[in-house]
Design a binder for this molecule. Structure first.
Ligand code: SF4
Ligand code: SF4
Length: 332
């Protein structure tokens, strides 16, 4: 039996869809076929529009078409004054917010694709004029549009594939799991994120790990060193397997020279300082690695700094390897 998937977009940039379209080996369509998923509608992939589209939604709402998976990309727009009228569904008297609630009630599984749909994300930044929230969270607080106690027909809460954008394979893997027999046992962490990718830290597999070990730090963005001490990297606290399961086969923010900004976490959009600066007190970064007592970190950091090999010290502040790891042997 085919599983029906409906994909809606609300307050977001569409970047999570763009990321999904980059799924490769296998690509999106092969993934959907393998998971036995029929795409009822996606805003970028479907031709159906206008009255035909509304008719599809009405049939789902009335239970005439089974809805196995509802995916929302982008946050829920509740403004102004809780009316949701900042985002009306085209050709419908109802706001998108109302459609999402009604369709979620019919769905076997409800999936928030991206940090906007999960927690509010970028759309909720600043003074949040559109009153954006996530499907089952508002920032780190559970609630959101559907409420803390919401469970889809499968018994699962909203599955939050957080990330900004979210990795294409995090989406396809989650869809595969939800359409498998083990779907009801899908392992989620305390923020509703699939443990298949958030049981790792972004720091795991980062090519700058050797610099991190010796606290050989980059001073500017083109440098090879670790970005934690000066350039805002929070990969030691951010949950995600970005440096293990690379993007498009070979990329990650760190590999592209950009610090990890913890985009899989609620409220990552408001760190309280520029993303690429490390806040410090008395020269010590205030955000320290997960699980490590501060005193240990300070002691270990000063020891490792004292022991930094000359090779790493020099390469850390260079945009290319100046000193190779193996020195030529001297002739005796
Ligand atoms: S989570 Fe990020 S990439 Fe995805 S829709 Fe929101 S802003 Fe765009
Ligand atoms: S740059 Fe960030 S993720 Fe990479 S080693 Fe340093 S702290 Fe870890």
């Amino acid at each position: 039996m085919k599983r029906n998937l409906l994909w809606l977009q609300s307050g977001g940039c569409g970047g999570c869809s763009q990321s999904l379209f980059c799924a490769e080996a296998p690509d999106l369509f092969i993934n959907l076929e393998a998971a036995n998923i029929q795409l009822l509608w996606h805003p970028s992939l479907s031709e159906t529009s206008g009255a035909d589209f509304l008719s599809l939604l009405e049939q789902i709402k009335a239970g005439e078409i089974r809805l196995d998976i509802l995916c929302l990309e982008g946050s829920v727009i509740r403004g102004p004054n809780g009316s949701g009228r900042f985002h009306m569904m085209a050709n419908s008297p109802l706001p998108m917010m109302a459609w999402i609630s009604e369709l979620a009630a019919q769905a076997e599984h409800v999936v928030a694709v991206g940090t906007c749909a999960a927690y509010g994300g970028i759309t909720a930044a600043g003074n949040n004029p559109s009153d954006a929230c996530g499907l089952q969270y508002e920032g780190a607080e559970s609630g959101g549009l559907l409420g803390e106690s919401f469970r889809s027909r499968s018994g699962l809460p909203v599955v939050n594939i957080a990330g900004c954008p979210t990795h294409p394979n995090w989406i396809t893997e989650t869809l595969m799991t939800l359409t498998s027999r083990q779907s009801c046992e899908m392992a989620l962490d305390g923020l509703g994120r699939p443990r298949s990718y958030v049981d790792h830290l972004v720091h795991h597999g980062c090519p700058r790990n050797e610099y991190y070990e010796y606290k050989a730090s980059a001073e500017k963005h083109s440098d090879l060193g670790c970005l934690m001490e000066n350039l805002g990297c929070v990969g030691t606290q951010a949950h995600g397997d970005c440096n293990i399961r690379l993007w498009n086969g070979e990329g990650s923010c760190l590999r592209g020279g950009y610090a990890c900004i913890n985009c899989t976490a609620p409220q990552f959009e408001e760190p309280g300082h520029p993303f690429t600066e490390t806040p410090k007190i008395a020269g010590i970064p205030t955000g320290l690695p997960t699980d490590m007592p501060k005193a240990w970190f300070v002691a270990l950091a000063s020891l490792s700094k004292a022991a930094t090999p000359a090779r790493l010290k020099e390469n850390a502040t260079s945009d290319h390897i100046r000193v190779p790891p193996i020195q030529p042997r001297k002739r005796s």
